[in-house]
Design a protein around this ligand. Structure first.
Ligand code: DX5
Ligand code: ZN
Length: 218
């Protein structure tokens, strides 16, 4: 079976008890950290100082999702903090190829995110520069939104391009991933799944991770 990574989003966790909240998802593959600036998206979360502390205490790798403007300036600092993976939005990047290279040079995996209406085709030549492509399955900004099935064909085309080019690029989906929707995203070709409310909204986040992983494994 294709390996299925579950990255819970701490956006749905208790922000005043983040270290405890990390301990509740110790069976996750990584923790997804949503950074928002109230400019690229209409919401505000946490910034570099908090993420640096999370990096120091987290037992599992950190996967940052930067929903911020001026990302060419900020993203390298998240890589310098030691994060396993740093994802920027292509809509916010001035020089995405340069930025992806900077992230890798600083030892982080380079991720690039696309909003639901952003086509993947203009960026297919960039795949060798990336370790991960994040295809948003909701408009970024808030947890708890409904999965957008309209994005499924884009996931399929991205999967075909990745497989066809022979590069090793993960395809992450983020937004509305639940026990009900994860199989559709997996079938379309995603292999890394972010889930906020479907993990932290459950009495046992660890059980929720196991059940998502079972449903998302092809
Ligand atoms: C939304 C964030 C997501 C969010 C997902 O902009 O990027 O990571 O936490 O939350 P759910 O899984 O509840 O849709
Ligand atoms: Zn996210």
């Amino acid at each position: 079976p294709v390996k299925c990574c579950i990255n819970p989003s701490i956006l749905s966790a208790d922000f005043v008890n983040l270290e405890t909240e990390l301990a509740r998802i110790s069976n996750a593959d990584a923790v997804h950290v949503d950074v928002m600036d109230n400019h690229f998206v209409p919401n505000l979360t946490i910034g570099l100082p908090v993420v640096e502390r999370l990096q120091k205490v987290s037992p599992i790798p950190l996967d940052a999702h930067l929903m911020i403007s001026n990302v060419d300036r900020w993203a390298p600092q998240f890589a310098d903090a030691g994060l396993a993976s740093v994802t920027f939005h292509v809509e916010a990047a001035e020089a995405p190829i340069k930025l992806a290279r900077e992230l890798r040079a600083r030892g982080a995996k380079a991720g690039m995110a696309l909003r639901p209406a952003t086509p993947v085709e203009p960026y297919l030549d960039m795949l060798p520069e990336l370790d991960m492509l994040l295809i948003m399955t909701v408009e970024p900004g808030f947890g708890g939104q409904a999965f957008l099935d309209v994005v499924l064909p884009k996931i399929r085309r991205a999967r075909a391009a990745v497989d066809g080019s022979g590069v090793s690029v993960a395809i992450q989906v983020d937004g509305g991933i639940t026990e009900a929707t994860i199989a559709r995203a997996a079938e379309a070709g995603a292999n890394v799944f972010v889930a906020g409310s479907a993990v932290y909204g459950k009495p046992s986040p660890a059980d929720a991770i196991d059940s998502l992983r079972a449903n998302g494994t092809l």
